[in-house]
Design a protein around this ligand. Structure first.
Ligand SMILES: *Cc1c(COP(=O)(O)O)cnc(C)c1O
Length: 365
C-alpha cells in the first residue's frame, strides 16, 4: 500500500489513524458482531456512537448549552435553502456578505425565499479581500446576516470573527458557512446564530452536514419547509427524525476523537498556522509562483497559487502527480493550482509540496 499526499479541496484526506481504526472496526464494532453501516440508527450501539460524536464536537468547539448540534443531510448547498426556510420567520429581508463563489451561490439561492440585501461584497476587486465590518451596510431589520468565513474556491478566510456587536447590531444573528475551516481554528460560537458545514472538507465523509444553531432560532420554519429540514423537528428528534447518515457520523466521531488526541482545536490551529506560513512564505519569496489574495485574508486551509508561466501548468500537474502529490489543479473558475491543507494534512505533507515546488522551479525557471 502506498498513500499519496492528497491536496483535494473535498472530499479531502482523512487522518490515517482514523481510516485504520475504521478498517479494524469494519466487520465487528466493539464486539457487537456488526459493522457500523449495518446497525439500526435507533439501537443502543449507534445511539452511543452519535451521542459521543455530539459530545466531542460540543467539547472541541466549546459549544454553549443554548445551542443545538444537528446532524443533517444535503450538504452546505442544501443549507442555502434550508436556512432561509427556517430563519426568515415574519421578516422580509436577509443580508448577505459576498466574498467569493460560495457566498455568491448562497445569496442567489436565498432569493427564492427572501429579499436579499447584499450588505457587503468584494466582487468588484475580484474577491481578494474580506470587507471590513465597518463597511457592512445591514438592512433595517434582517432575519440574519449570512457569511462564508472561508471561501474554499477563492482561498479567502475571514481574519476576524463577524461579531455584530462591534457595529451595534448584536441583535441580528450571524449565519456562517464554515464548511472548509470548521475545527481548524478557535471560534467563539456565542457570536453566531448558526454555524454550518458539509463534513467532507475538514471532518469526514460527504453526506453529513453539521449545523450548530442557537435554540431561539428553532421553530420558525416556513409552512412549506420539508419536515425533514425543519431545524425544530431535527432537534426535537435528536437528528433522527429520518435515518441520519450513520456511517458519516461514526467517521466524524473518530475524527473528533483524533482531534482531541492532537490536543484539541488550539493545538491543531497552531499546526495550521505553521503549515500555512511554510507554504505562503515560500510562494511569496518565489518569482516563479504567486498567490493573489490580500495577505491578511489568505486562507489557512485552501491555498490557490499560479505559475507565472501558465504554459507550464500541464507539466507541473503531471510531475507533481508522479512525485506523489495529487489533486493540485485549481478550481475551474479560478484556474492555476490550489493546495488544500486541512487538519488531516500534516506539516510533512506541506513540506513535501514546498520541496517539489522549489525543485520544479529550479528545473523549469
Ligand atoms: C464545499 C463547500 C460547499 C458545498 O458543499 P456541498 O456538500 O457540495 O453542498 C459550500 N460551501 C463551502 C464553503 C464549501 O467549501
Amino acid at each position: 500500500m502506498s498513500r499519496v499526499w492528497n491536496f483535494s479541496a473535498g472530499p479531502a484526506a482523512l487522518p490515517e489513524e482514523v481510516l485504520r481504526q475504521a478498517a479494524d472496526e469494519m466487520l465487528d464494532w466493539h464486539g457487537s458482531g456488526m459493522g457500523v453501516m449495518e446497525m439500526s440508527h435507533r439501537g443502543k450501539e449507534f445511539t452511543a456512537i452519535a451521542a459521543q460524536a455530539e459530545a466531542d464536537l460540543r467539547e472541541l468547539l466549546a459549544v454553549p448549552a443554548n445551542y443545538r448540534i444537528l446532524f443533517m443531510q444535503g450538504g452546505a448547498i442544501a443549507e442555502n435553502a434550508i436556512i432561509p426556510m427556517n430563519l426568515m420567520g415574519d421578516r422580509r429581508v436577509a443580508d448577505y456578505v459576498v466574498t467569493g463563489s460560495w457566498s455568491q451561490k448562497s445569496q442567489k439561492e436565498a432569493r427564492k425565499y427572501a429579499e436579499v440585501n447584499i450588505a457587503a461584497s468584494s466582487e468588484a476587486g475580484g474577491f481578494k479581500t474580506v470587507p471590513a465590518m465597518a463597511e457592512w451596510k445591514l438592512s433595517a431589520d434582517p432575519a440574519y446576516v449570512f457569511t462564508c468565513t472561508n471561501e474554499t474556491i477563492g482561498g479567502l478566510e475571514y481574519p476576524f470573527e463577524p461579531d455584530l456587536a462591534q457595529i451595534g447590531r448584536a441583535e441580528v444573528p450571524v449565519v456562517a458557512d464554515m464548511s472548509s475551516h470548521i475545527l481548524s481554528r478557535a471560534i467563539d460560537v456565542s457570536k453566531y446564530g448558526l454555524i454550518f458545514g458539509g463534513a467532507q472538507k475538514n471532518i469526514g465523509p460527504a453526506g453529513l452536514t453539521i449545523v450548530i444553531v442557537r435554540e431561539d432560532l428553532l421553530g420558525h420554519a416556513m409552512p412549506h419547509c420539508p419536515t425533514a429540514f425543519d431545524f425544530r423537528t431535527v432537534a426535537d428528534n435528536g437528528s433522527m427524525y429520518n435515518t441520519p447518515p450513520t456511517y458519516g457520523i461514526y467517521i466524524a466521531g473518530l475524527v473528533f476523537q483524533w482531534l482531541k488526541r492532537q490536543g484539541g482545536v488550539a493545538a491543531i490551529e497552531a499546526q495550521n498556522v505553521a503549515k500555512a506560513k511554510l507554504l505562503y512564505d515560500f510562494l511569496d519569496a518565489s518569482d516563479f509562483y504567486e498567490n493573489r489574495i490580500e495577505p491578511a485574508c489568505r486562507s489557512r486551509m485552501n491555498v490557490p497559487f499560479f505559475l507565472k508561466d501558465e504554459a507550464l501548468n500541464d507539466a507541473f500537474l503531471a510531475e507533481s502527480k508522479a512525485a506523489g502529490l495529487v489533486q493540485l489543479k485549481g478550481h475551474k473558475s479560478v484556474g492555476g493550482m490550489r493546495a488544500s491543507i486541512y487538519n488531516a494534512m500534516p506539516l510533512a505533507g506541506v513540506q513535501a509540496l514546498v520541496d517539489f515546488l522549489r525543485d520544479f522551479a529550479a528545473r523549469r525557471g
